[in-house]
Structure formats: C-alpha cells, structure tokens
Design a protein. Structure first.
Lengths: 371, 377
C-alpha cells in the first residue's frame, strides 16, 4: 500500500509552483470543515447495504425500498425517516417528534402523495432516504473534506465540472452529498449521468429519483435554465475507467459540449477537483472480453476484485477532499459565442487546467491516501 | 356565414363529446359527424353520415356539405366493436390518406385538425428527459399505434406542403384519461394488481378529456389574438406522476416482473383478451415519456385546466377502490402514530393534514392534492 501514497509528479510540481499567487488565493478561500475523524471500522454494517448502489449488488436492497411495491418500502422508511429528521430538527423536539415526522413521511409515501419533477426527481425521497443512506459512507467511511463550497452560487444556475475516477461513480454521489449537506443555501446538485445508467434496471430508477438525468445538451440546458445546479463529469468513461497508473491525470474533456451549454444558459462554470476517489478501486486490469459480453465500457480488475468475491467489491477507505474552485463567469459572452469552436476549446482547456492544478495542489497537501 | 365542421371518429366517446360541444359554438353553422359505425350516443343537432374514411366516398361527403373545417379524430389505438389490429391500422393510415386526398381536392377546406399522440417520440433510455415538438425520436416506434401516428403525421406534413393555404394543426396528446375514457392505459390501470417492469419507474403524463375537447375547439376555430393555431403542439397536463405513485394513489398493489417476462405476460394477457398490452405500451411503462408544453402555452395559447395529478385523481374517482385503498393505509399509519406517540397523536388525529407540515421538518409537498380520504368513492 506504500506505493499508493507516491504520486508521480514529474513536471507537475513545477507547474504548480509557477502560479503561487493563485494557489495562495485559493488557499485563503479554503474553509476546512470539522469533519468527523472516526476510524473506518465503525460504519462497517451500514456500508454493506449501500456501497453497491451505483453497481448492481447492494442497489437491489435500496431499489426494493424505493421501488414499486407499497409494503417493501415500510422497513426502509421507518429506519431512515427518523435519521433524516434527526439531521435537521435535532434541537427542536424529542424522539416523539421525530417519530411523528417519520410516520407522516411514511403516510405520504404509501398513499403516493408526493411530487416529482419532470425529470423524475423525488426531492423528499432524496432528502430523507437516499442522502441518509449515503451520509455514513460520506462522513464515516471516506471522511470527505469539502473546500470552497461557497463558490457555488446561492441562487441561479451553475454548472459544476469535476474530474471523474474510481471505477464506480461514487465520486458523483459524494459530490451530491457535499453540496446537499454543506451548501449554506441548501442547494441540490443535479448530476448528468452516462446513458448506461438509464439502461440498467433499478439503477436508472434510483438515479432519476435522486435527480440525475441523461448527459445530453437538452437536459443540461433545461436544468440550467430552471436555475438548478448541474454537475457534469466530462471525462466520462475515459476518466472513471482509466488504469490506476494514470490516476489524477485528467483525460480529454469530451468535445467541450458542457461549455457551450453553460454559455447558452449564461451560467457560471464551477470547476471541482475530487481527490481520494482514484484509489477506492485501484484498477490494475481490464477484462475487455467480459466487458464486451456484459455490454459495459470496461470490466475492472483490482487487487481484490473479483478474486475475493463480494468482499473484493468493498472500496478502500481512502480520505477524500472535494474542492470547489473559483467560478468562471460566462455571462460576458454573446450568445453566438457558443457557436465559436475556438473559444469553446479555450474555455474547455481553462476549466481542465484549473481542475488539474487544484488536483496537484491537493495531492501535495495530502498526508496519506488513507488519513 | 358560419363554419361547417366535419368530425371523423364520431362514434367514439371523445368524438361524440366533441361533436356535441362544438355545435354550441356560435361561429359554427353545421356539424357533420362521420364514422363507419353508428354511434351509441346522442350527437345533438349534428348530421351523422355513415361513411368509411378508408373509401373515396369521403370526398363526396366533403363536397356535398361544403365542409371548411375538418377535425380528424379517427386516429386511435383500439378498434371500436371488434376488428383486429389490421383494420385499426387501415383506418388510421389509409383513412388518413383518403381524407387528406379528399381535402386536397376540396377548394373550400381552410382548416385541418389532426389528433396525434406523444407516442410518436417513442420511449427509450437514451432519449432526453423532456421532449419538445422538434426533438427527433431516438428509436422510431417499430409498430402498433405509435407507428401509425408517425405515418399519419408524415402524410399530414406532405398535405401541408401541398396546400399551404390550409391551416394544419397537429395535436400530440399525452395519455388521455378521464372518468369515461377507454384506452389501453386505462384498461391497464383497471387491473386489480398492476404488473410493472422490475427496476423501472416510468414518468407518465396525462391529459384530461375535458382539456382535449377544449384544445380541439381552440384549434378548430380562428386563432385568438396574438396566438397561432397551425403547427404541431404537445398537449399534456402539468406535472409528472411516476407509475409507482399512480399505483399507490389508485390503491393497487404492483408486481414487479423482469422485462423479458413482462413481454411474455403481455402477450399472454393479450391472447386472453384482458388487456391490449402492446409492445409500445410496455416501452411506455418501462421508460416513460414526458413532453414539454411550452409551445402549447405560448403559441397556441392553451393552458390545460387539469394537471396530470388532477387528471389522475379524477380518473381514480371514477374507478372502484383497489385492494389497498390509500385511505386505509393512511388510517393504519395514523392509528400506529396514535399508539406509538400518545402526545403527538392528539393533533395528528384531529387534523392529519395540518399536523404534517410541522411534524415533518422538510417543506412538505401540498398535502391536499389527492387525498382520497375526502374523495369518498
């Protein structure tokens, strides 16, 4: 595991030093959060139920809860409802109040008396259940430290552009929890997900309910125009499925479509760097034939998976940092600028460079992969 | 001089309602109702002409009655009184071709309204979440009613090119529901236990039959000030309901089935004749479909009176209670609340609606919307 700490910096260190002023400015903006520093052994039990969420295994459990039947939801709700209530109304009342809140929630759920938006986003379910399920993973397992969350505007749309890594898209989910739990205005992050997500049963259902939608220009623009915060990971499968040796090296940012979408909607672009997700499943190999048979873009082989079976599917308990950078305004450009390919490439590169530099800076500051 | 409106598909429930409604409009002089079978309902003062739109006689009807407005409602998914899929397809496609041919010959025609469906967008996982009128379908419907609708729209576009003097309005309706509507989806929702596709919770949109009649009238008359009623418009109630929500509001338990098995069950049910579980229906109930109604609001100037949820509530009122009526489940939770929290029970039992917002700490969704408790079926 010792080698995991060593990140090949080579040329990057000098590049990071070349811009000290900027680094200082960002460091000043950093707001360290008093993250809970518990050992990784504590949430062992709950993690089991949840870490498969974006994959296939554990998702089944949550899927049954959020799914079609009325009865199967009951145990999940009763379990999670008070949990969600505890977060917000901790000072207000005792357990009776929380129980009443949980029962009122249950009553609304089983009678279908709640609302979803046109993307299928179920705000109530996300706040009360899905976020409560992800929170132990976020707080106790990965001990995510969030910096610069105030760079996300308190109102109006914004496009958050982040690096993508970790074989399984846990980084997107953690980013969603980070915005949900730490943003002073209580904003919700709406992620754009790959089409594979919406092909898979159960996963697509949960993704829609958690507010995710297909990564296409139409959906992104519609959300941004509605004043939502949209999260996108332009590296896509190239980023998430890259081998461990290439960790923290940003891949090509697609065709830069996210920039023109942000320009057309006139919203700022917030670069976001996520450190820690690269090491959760160190991908040392790729079973291409198997991936092709299953219809996946890659099939990861890690030191533990699939050799140890389901136990090998546990992510390594790395320590994460999510840094939201200075927003890049786009409202100064004329609307027809979205059609200018040169400007698009330049802006895409600017965003990419900023994320890459912040990644290197965070890596230098990091003491160890796991603490 | 008043208008002469010809309505096809008058023997159906929707056609009959439209015929009865439009003859009360002051600018309408006469209404000619056309269908291949005699209607079971009254048509008021309208003149009923029994004619098959698949035959060229329809041109004679148009000429004889000096028709200037044609409202083509005979594009449907199910046959009226027997007849299989082939005759439905013929009526939809050949009927539309004949009708358009007749319209092209008639110099008096000035307005054409076509009832289409949002199923022309298909429904696939790789589609954008919300369809606008210009979104191209990722996967064109391979068969069934949806394909008919695509073909009908193609012929209508051709007609509009050849007769630019005729105002053509294509109305793409979401699933039409109402207390009296019989559609494959309504039949499906009437099943005691709803088979659903495991791992998918489709987003559905409904439009109320009252709104359908209103928007058809709007399209059949001269456009109002600052609006335009030729073009293609999506018509759907505001908001979205998930299938799981629908099932809970109806009080019907769901049985999730694997996707391949659903196709099999659908075939089995179709064979027995319980429901017309067409493949396009299965796709809808797997991936769902949501359309944008911005054009309808801003260009056509029409806002539906019923939202999707209100349409569904009205539909649910017309049906009997399911196996798990929502009011029973809500009562059970209230009793449980009363037993577990004697202190909190008092306000909750007195006014469960009012107790909810302060008991739950999140901004609660409007509780009053569909509470079948006071619907009293």
């Amino acid at each position: 595991m010792a080698d995991a700490k060593v990140i090949p910096f080579d040329d990057d260190r000098s590049r990071a030093r070349r811009r000290p002023g900027r680094a200082d400015g960002e460091a000043a903006a950093v707001r360290a959060l008093p993250g809970p520093q518990h050992g990784p052994e504590e949430p062992e039990g709950r993690r089991e139920a949840r870490d498969g969420l974006p994959g296939s295994g554990g998702g089944r459990e949550a899927g049954a809860g959020a799914g079609a039947g009325a009865e199967p939801e009951a145990p999940v709700v009763v379990d999670a409802g008070p949990g969600g209530a505890a977060e917000e109304g901790a000072g207000g009342g005792g357990w009776e109040r929380r129980l009443a809140g949980g029962l009122a929630f249950l009553r609304r759920r089983i009678t279908g008396d709640y609302e979803v938006d046109e993307f299928g986003y179920d705000e109530e379910l996300t706040d009360q259940v899905l976020m409560s399920l992800l929170r132990p993973l976020y707080e106790k397992y990965f001990r995510v430290e969030v910096k610069g969350v105030e760079n996300i505007p308190a109102d109006g749309g914004a496009l958050i552009v982040a690096n993508h890594s970790g074989t399984v898209p846990l980084d997107g989910l953690m980013m969603q929890v980070a915005v949900h739990d730490h943003h002073p205005a209580g904003r919700h992050l709406r992620l754009l997900a790959a089409d594979l997500v919406f092909v898979l049963p159960i996963v697509n259902e949960l993704a829609r309910k958690a507010g995710h939608t297909l990564a296409c220009a139409e959906d992104a623009e519609r959300l941004l125009r509605a004043g939502e915060i949209v999260g996108v990971m332009p590296e896509g499968f190239k980023g998430i499925g890259k081998p461990f040796g290439e960790r923290y090296k940003l891949q090509r940012f697609g065709r830069g479509g996210f920039v023109s979408t942000a320009l057309r909607a006139g919203v700022p672009i917030v670069p976001c760097s996520i450190v820690g997700a690269e090491e959760i499943y160190p991908m040392i190999g790729n079973a291409r034939t198997l991936a092709r048979v299953l219809g996946f873009p890659y099939f990861p082989l890690t030191p533990t998976f699939p050799w140890l079976g389901p136990l090998g599917a546990l992510p390594l308990p790395t320590k994460w940092t999510i840094q939201f950078g200075e927003p890049i305004p786009t409202d100064s450009y004329a609307p027809e600028a979205a059609e200018d390919p040169m400007l698009m490439f330049n802006l895409t590169d600017q965003v990419r460079e900023q994320i890459q530099h912040t990644l290197y800076k965070l890596l230098v500051q990091r003491r160890s992969v796991f603490f | 001089m008043g208008k002469v409106v010809l309505v096809t598909g008058a023997a159906r429930h929707l056609g009959g309602r439209f015929v009865r409604r439009i003859q009360r409009d002051p600018e309408v002089e006469r209404v000619v109702a056309v269908d291949a079978v005699d209607p079971a309902h009254q048509l008021g003062a309208a003149e009923f002409v029994r004619a098959d739109i698949r035959r060229p006689e329809i041109a004679k009807v148009l000429a004889e009655h000096d028709v200037d407005t044609v409202v083509h409602l005979d594009v449907t998914g199910t046959a009226l009184g027997g007849g299989g899929r082939t005759s439905v397809k013929e009526t939809n496609v050949i009927g539309t071709m004949q009708l358009l041919g007749a319209c092209q010959k008639s110099p008096r025609i000035s307005r054409l309204v076509i009832k289409s469906s949002t199923s022309v967008y298909g429904s696939a996982p790789r589609d954008p979440a919300v369809f606008t009128e210009t979104t191209p379908a990722k996967s064109l419907p391979s068969g069934g009613f949806a394909k008919d609708a695509v073909e009908v729209e193609g012929y209508v576009r051709g007609f509009a090119r050849r007769r630019p003097d005729v105002a053509v309005c294509v109305l793409r309706f979401a699933n039409i529901l109402g207390p009296r509507i019989d559609s494959p989806l309504a039949e499906y929702l009437a099943l005691p236990v709803l088979p659903t596709v495991l791992g998918y919770d489709p987003r559905l949109q409904f439009v109320h039959e009252d709104d359908v009649i209103d928007v058809l009238r709007l399209a059949a008359h001269e456009p109002r000030r600052a609006t335009q009623n030729s073009g293609t418009f999506n018509v759907a109630g505001d908001g979205v309901l998930l299938l799981s929500q629908c099932a809970r509001r109806l009080g019907r338990p769901t049985v999730p089935v694997l996707l391949p098995a659903v196709t099999w069950v659908g075939t089995a049910l179709r064979t027995v004749g319980i429901t017309d579980f067409a493949p396009e229906q299965i796709r809808l109930l797997t991936h769902g479909r949501v359309v944008s109604t911005v054009q309808t609001r801003e260009v056509l100037g029409f806002s539906p009176r019923y939202s999707t949820a209100e349409t569904f509530a009205d539909f649910a009122r017309g049906r009997g209670p399911g196996l798990l009526p929502p009011e029973m489940l809500a009562g059970a939770v209230d009793r449980l609340a009363g037993r577990l929290t004697p202190a909190a029970a008092a306000p909750e039992a007195a006014a469960p609606e009012a107790a909810a917002p302060d008991a739950a700490d999140s901004p609660v969704a409007p509780v009053h919307r569909v509470h079948p408790v006071h619907d009293g079926v």
